[in-house]
Design a protein. Structure first.
Length: 268
């Protein structure tokens, strides 16, 4: 098995493929040959390779494993000079029933479009498809990484492209989240003023209705008082009339009712 711990010595595509065939297990060895193999067919699944010369150019680059330690510190610089995306919030609805659809359910693609995420030679979604391809789906991650790097190299694309695309999408999502946070503050300020106005209107309304109810209750009390006061006057008047006619009844029952009971005659 060729040694793989020589970061300073570039390897040819044939050497890498041969190592990948050996790493993939016994099932790949019977198919291995100097001019091809199972994992070289895997490379051909992604990109069409006419002969060894067409894939020899990418082999001149340092193997992906040797690039790993040097890529990390530079990741933050991939899009450092690009302006941060800004997503404008939708206008605040005049009434709650006119509000926009649920902004939490907006598709990610629509968010990326609003943030102006540019097309990428190899997007993060394309990288996901490469990693999820059935041809290498069951292989160890190390083999997947090598296969993807070979595929991207054959297309003159580096892994920095999907990394930068992922970073741009991440910033787009952050910008959308910031927009929602700003929208919360805007709606809170707008609605708080309206809530205070409605509260004052409610207080004034309640005062008016309370006064109206008090007036109605006062009317009831006044009517009851009038009925009681008249009852007292009526009883006095009835008694006076009954007393006046009593001498002329000659012992007959007095027809004048005194008080509230119609049977409350006062014969004298």
């Amino acid at each position: 098995m060729p040694k793989s711990n020589q970061p300073n010595k570039p390897k040819s595509t044939e050497d890498i493929l041969r190592e990948m065939e050996e790493m993939s297990g016994d099932e790949a060895r019977p198919e291995a040959s100097p001019g091809g193999g199972a994992l070289k067919s895997l490379l051909g699944f992604f990109v069409k390779v006419a002969d060894d010369e067409e894939v020899s150019a990418p082999a001149q680059k340092p193997e992906p494993r040797s690039q790993g330690p040097r890529v990390g510190p530079r990741v933050g610089d991939l899009i450092a000079n690009e302006p941060a995306p800004k997503i404008a919030p939708p206008p605040v609805a005049a009434r709650p029933d006119e509000a926009d659809a649920n902004l939490a359910e907006v598709p990610f693609d629509e968010i990326y479009q609003k943030a102006g995420v540019p097309p990428s030679p190899c997007s993060i979604e394309e990288l996901a498809k490469l990693l999820e391809n059935p041809t290498i789906a069951n292989q160890p991650m190390a083999i997947k990484v090598v296969a993807v790097n070979l595929t991207l190299s054959a297309k003159n694309v580096t892994t920095q492209e999907p990394i930068a695309d992922a970073m741009r999408r991440d910033r787009a999502l952050d910008a959308y989240q910031s927009m929602l946070a700003e929208r919360v503050e805007t709606i809170e300020q707008h609605n708080s003023a309206r809530i205070q106005q409605i509260s004052q209107e409610v207080e004034e309304y309640l005062k008016r209705k309370q006064a109206e109810m008090d007036a109605l209750k006062s009317e009831i009390a006044a009517a009851r008082t009038q009925a009681v006061e008249f009852s007292i006057r009526r009883e006095i008047e009835e008694k006076r009339m009954a007393d006046l006619i009593t001498p002329f009844l000659e012992g007959k029952p007095n027809p004048i009712t005194v008080g509230n009971s119609p049977n409350n005659n006062q014969p004298q």
